[in-house]
Design a protein around this ligand. Structure first.
Ligand SMILES: Cc1cc2nc3c(=O)[nH]c(=O)nc-3n(C[C@H](O)[C@H](O)[C@H](O)COP(=O)(O)OP(=O)(O)OC[C@H]3O[C@@H](n4cnc5c(N)ncnc54)[C@H](O)[C@@H]3O)c2cc1C
Length: 473
């Protein structure tokens, strides 16, 4: 008998376990041909490229352990998939769905052409807890507010059987004319030194995703509710890049945390709801496909944003003279990640105190974050700048001094990333410009020399932002 083959197209599901497309395909075919295609039209940031390279190496090795081979390609997925179909005995093509407008359009077209060539084409949910089109409110439309959205989703999840049965999968060891190596993808430039810094903080790959979840449950989960707001303490899961690249599924994270008896109900509920924000972001993106570049609240199209390349560059480089903002921006550049509380602080400072367009922040984050994600990033920026659905109101302007004093009370976070402030007494760590000349001398510190003076006056710019908001409200 001739063996039957099925293609599994890996995208943001770089894992072998709890992978619905792989599981479904394994029931239909003798062997699975695993492929990865670097699609040049798909948006990807520099730091994500670093993660992707490591993740592909890890996936390649895992498939090799199963006597198979991950076939790597670069270019137009439609052409590449068809060139494989022409030259092999493939009966099925399958993948896990993505929800950004570009992927939806591309995948719909490929599915329709594959199907019309009499080859079965299947797609699955391997990325979200609930898919956007399945979640509707009582009036049959989609939710624009998080709390009722999540209440509804959580109820549905509690009713579902989330257990996956991993079966033995047989992978093909195929060779294709146009396949290339992971190195050929040129995802990283070995001469660039910044990747060395990021390497100290992260180990991409499926097995590390599982370890990260285990570590979260055993060491952090019972302090999450309060700890998640403290950038000076390492109390969040840091699962975001693993979830973004699909090295672990959101359903597995949800289910593992949900059934864990050692986590108390309050902390459990809070964590699961945060996971819900990830789904909510894709719920918004699905219904507002332009939200990566257009405000959901259209009145913000007329908002008087200003352009100031110098201030933007100082924000990028963590040299604004506002310690908690600079610490956040430097944490991002050094580690490829920033604490959620600080993402909100630097976002509010950029869009409200500096009055720079939220898209400036969205683009910088997208290029520098290890977890850069079309859905969560644009939703996060629209939320903090006040122009999204269920957003923080524009008039709520974070005071970075008070935020710092509340969430980094000893200044440990600031000191870790802004070492110029190491010797400053706790009282001034979030507002060093308020130190007297006498104190500056005493601590061998000079504002404007040892560390920049604030680039803007916080009170004045707060009032300016409120006046700007009045022009559109
Ligand atoms: C301006 C801005 C931009 C952001 N950009 C991104 C992004 O590009 N990619 C990204 O994954 N997250 C983004 N977030 C959300 C959040 O900051 C990160 O998901 C979180 O900091 C990741 O750390 P963690 O894994 O330790 O989170 P935990 O607190 O441990 O949360 C667990 C998981 O829940 C999800 N999650 C938590 N909070 C949020 C949230 N507010 N929105 C969406 N998902 C959430 C993440 O997948 C996270 O891994 C952004 C937030 C803001 C304010």
């Amino acid at each position: 008998m001739v063996a039957t083959y099925g293609i599994h197209w890996f995208r943001q599901d770089l894992r072998l376990q709890e992978n619905p497309s792989l599981l479904s395909l394994s029931k239909k075919v003798d062997q699975i041909i695993p492929i990865y295609i670097l699609d040049f039209n798909q948006r990807i940031g520099s730091t994500s490229k670093w993660w992707l390279e490591k993740s592909l190496i890890s996936l390649y090795d895992s498939i090799k352990k199963h006597n198979g081979k991950l076939n790597i390609f670069a270019g137009d997925p439609e052409k590449i998939i068809f060139s494989i179909l022409k030259n092999s005995n493939v009966k099925y093509v399958s993948w896990n769905r993505l929800y950004d407008p570009y992927s939806i359009k591309r995948d719909t077209k490929i599915k329709s052409i594959v199907t019309s060539s009499k080859i079965e084409c299947d797609s699955h949910n391997g990325y979200l807890l609930n898919e956007p089109w399945n979640i509707k409110n009582k009036s049959g439309t989609f939710f624009k507010v998080f709390t009722p959205y999540w209440r509804h989703c959580d109820e549905l999840l509690k009713l579902k059987n989330l257990k996956f049965k991993n079966t033995k999968i047989s992978y093909a060891n195929s060779k294709f004319k146009n396949e290339i190596t992971i190195q050929d993808l040129n995802l990283t430039n070995k001469k660039e030194k910044w990747t060395k810094k990021i390497e100290k903080y992260w180990i991409p790959g499926e097995s590390n995703a599982k370890l990260q979840l285990k570590k979260y449950i055993s060491q952090k989960a019972n302090n999450y509710s309060v700890g998640r707001d403290r950038p000076d303490k390492d109390l969040t899961s840091k699962l975001s890049p693993y979830l973004h690249f699909g090295e672990i599924s959101a359903l597995e994270v949800y289910d593992t945390v949900n059934i864990e008896k050692k986590i108390d109900p309050e902390n459990k509920k809070k964590f699961l709801a945060e996971l819900g924000w990830r789904d909510f972001s894709y719920n918004l993106l699905f219904h507002y496909p332009d939200m990566t570049h257009k405000p959901i609240q259209s009145k913000f199209n007329k908002f008087p944003w200003i352009k100031n390349a110098k201030n933007l560059s100082l924000w990028h480089n963590g040299k604004t003279g506002i310690p908690i903002v600079d610490a956040g921006m430097r944490q991002l550049y050094k580690t490829g990640w920033m604490h959620n509380r600080v993402r909100m602080i630097v976002g509010s400072f950029l869009t409200k105190n500096l009055l720079l367009h939220w898209k400036n922040g969205e683009e910088w984050f997208f290029d520098t974050l290890v977890d850069a994600d079309v859905g969560s990033n644009s939703a996060g920026w629209q939320w903090i700048s006040g122009c999204g659905a269920d957003a923080s109101p524009y008039f709520r302007i974070f005071n970075p001094i008070l935020q710092g004093q509340k969430f980094d009370p000893d200044g440990d976070y600031v000191k870790e990333f802004v070492p110029e402030l190491n010797n400053i007494p706790k009282k001034y760590i979030h507002n060093p410009w308020e130190m007297s000349m006498e104190d500056q001398k005493k601590y061998n510190f000079e504002i404007g020399t040892s560390y920049p003076a604030p680039i803007v006056d916080l009170k004045e710019t707060r009032n300016r932002a409120l006046s700007a908001f009045k022009t559109i409200s």
